[in-house]
Design a protein around this ligand. Structure first.
Ligand SMILES: [Zn+2]
Length: 164
């Protein structure tokens, strides 16, 4: 009985490239969502503060509060609803981003193959037991190929998106 080494479709170098692009764009979206939800949270705090100081506190202390216009309550409600929506979207985006990063960690190592004869190079995903200078198949020209380099596919992220 033989054991199949790859149960799932073997990831290709294009797969990793797409993954890297996806991580980059999701990280950007996640950053924007973070900024928007911070801004909404701050405005919600300010609006609640106004409500407290203009209406509730005077109402408790003196029995009559400064009446706030109707639109203020609509604004408060709108800010609250928007915060919830953005919070939900940000959660989804971050969950996807984390999943992509996990996948990237599994398949993000690349080996460069070089032909002995013509010097042509190609890349593929790292496989178990790969090492530098290992013979790895034949080139289109018929020469034998070896592994010339191994590296982690660079992830073009800013430092604050740290992958810890
Ligand atoms: Zn060759």
């Amino acid at each position: 009985m033989t054991v199949e080494p790859w149960q799932e479709p073997k990831p290709t170098i294009d797969h990793v490239r797409r993954l890297v692009q996806r991580i980059q764009s999701y990280a950007r979206t996640s950053r924007i969502m973070g900024l928007i939800s911070s801004a909404l949270l701050v405005s919600l705090m300010i609006e609640l503060g106004i409500l407290m100081y203009m209406t509730y506190i005077p109402l408790i202390l003196t029995g009559s509060g400064f009446p706030l216009p109707q639109w203020f309550y609509y604004l408060l409600m709108l800010t609250f609803v928007l915060s919830m929506v953005i919070y939900g979207i940000a959660g989804t985006v971050n969950a996807r981003l984390n999943r992509y990063i996990l996948e990237y960690r599994k398949i993000g190592v690349v080996v460069k193959l070089q032909c002995d004869e013509c010097g042509r190079t190609s890349e593929r995903i790292w496989e178990k037991d790969d090492f530098v200078f290992k013979k790895a198949g034949t080139c289109a020209c018929g020469g034998s190929q070896y592994i010339s380099q191994m590296y982690i596919m660079p992830l073009p992220l800013e430092k604050k998106d740290a992958l810890s």
